[in-house]
Design a protein around this ligand. Structure first.
Ligand code: SF4
Ligand code: SF4
Length: 96
């Protein structure tokens, strides 16, 4: 089991309230707002944390570079993918 799978296991054991608090705290670390792929629509809708919450529902369709590899969550959560806003969450891209 790798780092990401262990983190998923821990999150699955959390209460819904704790999970929501964790999502809000991780959103503060998300650097998508500084990325050239991120756009006004995503900003207006306060979209962040695509790696966990899944791709942008309607705002982002074009890929113009991804800075996820510079985000602290990559190391913290053991993420292996990028372009979460257009391609899906880490779980989705892993197919789990
Ligand atoms: S890995 Fe990417 S999508 Fe996830 S929090 Fe960091 S910048 Fe945002
Ligand atoms: S997921 Fe990657 S490509 Fe998409 S906005 Fe965040 S940093 Fe940019």
């Amino acid at each position: 089991m790798d780092k990401f799978e262990k983190a998923m296991q821990q999150i699955a054991q959390m209460t819904e309230e704790d999970r929501m608090k964790m999502i809000e705290s991780k959103k503060k670390l998300c650097i998508c707002g500084e990325c050239s792929t991120y756009n006004d629509c995503a900003r207006e809708n306060k979209e962040l944390l695509y790696c966990a919450l899944g791709k942008s529902p309607t705002c982002i369709t074009d890929e113009n570079g991804c800075i996820c590899r510079s985000c602290p969550l990559i190391e913290q959560m053991g993420l292996e993918h990028e372009y979460f806003c257009t391609r899906d969450s880490e779980r989705g891209q892993r197919g789990i």
